[in-house]
Write a protein that binds this ligand. Structure first.
Ligand code: SF4
Length: 344
């Protein structure tokens, strides 16, 4: 197989003789022009200058399936805030950096990030189905961390040599932006390492394009000997519609445990009402809230920050309203720490 077939995140990387899966077609048709995004959502022209400036730093990507959940002519829509580039992204904010988690220092092999005992993260795809403006990897050097099939051997050797590693986390980008042929191959290689027990997949794709959860994906998930956990990423209740609920049901049918991680974001979910509604909607979809991350200080995203004191107060109030199993853990990731740091 040629290397350019491995990630398969866009139409050009699929074999011409094969019909393109629906999700890949949708991804290839995603809105990538900030002016078009503004037009489609009937935003006043004044938004276009900032959108272009932000886009120049981190390009726009919004698939139709996500766009449909955004209310037109509402610049404050909580889903729009996550994807609309803004002029604020050009501001240099002290303390905000390109690699807030110091991940570039934690790469023992190409495509591998090893931060915590017992688990290792693989950059299974450099691509995403959506570009979230607050993303802590918005400056990540994916070009240096996208192994070809032959280059993956270095990662497998690393995993094989360390029997303390029980769990592999497929990350990215979004690992499910890779095509299923590649993912099935990757997981088959991992299954041959006897001390690996669990496969964790961090993906926003079942939320963004629910059709990503198709039979080809379910086939390799069901076939794996590894216990599989999928950590989804939704930040607001409006992201969870009937199509997302159906996708979650299909994943559960394949034996996948579903969790969700969110980021606490100014203007998106910085109220107890928004956080409670998100937990309720997740549970209705069969997903347990797992983490609520405070913003990682990545350059270009400071306008999303919610101060720690306010974040703690939100969680304290939320605890009075929700049962314990609907409470996400409020955490910060601090480079060099042995695990995520709880804030309350
Ligand atoms: S899907 Fe995840 S990795 Fe991709 S841009 Fe959004 S937050 Fe970042």
């Amino acid at each position: 197989m040629q290397d350019n077939l491995i990630f398969g995140a866009d139409a050009s990387s699929y074999r011409a003789s094969e019909p393109l899966p629906s999700w890949q077609r949708q991804l290839s048709q995603a809105i990538r022009d900030p002016a078009e995004l503004c037009r489609r959502l009937q935003l006043p022209d004044t938004w276009q200058v900032g959108a272009s400036a932000g886009h120049a730093l981190f390009e726009t990507c919004v698939p139709e399936a996500f766009l449909r959940r955004i209310k037109p002519n509402q610049p404050d829509d909580p889903l729009l805030r996550q994807v609309l580039p803004l002029g604020d992204e050009t501001l240099q904010t002290p303390g905000y950096v390109n690699d807030p988690l110091d991940e570039v220092q934690q790469r023992p092999a190409r495509g591998v990030i090893h931060k915590y005992a017992g688990r290792v993260l693989l950059i299974a795809s450099p691509n995403c189905a959506i570009n979230c403006r607050y993303c802590f990897r918005r400056h990540f050097p994916y070009a240096d961390n996208s192994p070809s099939r032959a280059q993956w051997q270095e990662a497998f050797d690393y995993l094989q040599a360390d029997p303390s590693i029980r769990e592999v986390i497929l990350s990215g980008g979004d690992p499910l932006a890779a095509n299923d042929r590649h993912l099935a191959w990757l997981v088959t290689q991992l299954e041959q390492i006897p001390h690996l027990k669990r496969l964790r997949i961090h993906s926003r794709l079942p939320i963004v394009i629910p059709d990503r959860v198709d039979q080809a994906l379910l086939d390799w998930l069901e076939a794996s000997r590894l216990q599989t956990v999928m950590v989804l990423h939704a930040n607001h209740a409006n992201e969870i519609d009937q199509a997302v609920r159906a996708a979650c049901q299909r994943l559960q049918g394949a034996g996948v445990t579903l969790l969700n991680q969110s980021v606490l974001l100014r203007g998106v979910n910085d109220s107890t009402e928004a956080l409670a509604a998100l937990s309720e909607q997740l549970f209705d979809a069969g997903v347990l809230p797992y983490y609520l991350h405070v913003l990682d200080p990545v350059q270009g995203a400071a306008h999303f920050n919610v101060p720690d004191a306010e974040a703690r107060q939100l969680i304290t109030t939320l605890r009075d309203e929700l049962p314990g199993f609907l409470m996400p853990r409020l955490v910060r990731e601090i480079p060099g720490e042995a695990s995520k740091t709880p804030l309350v």
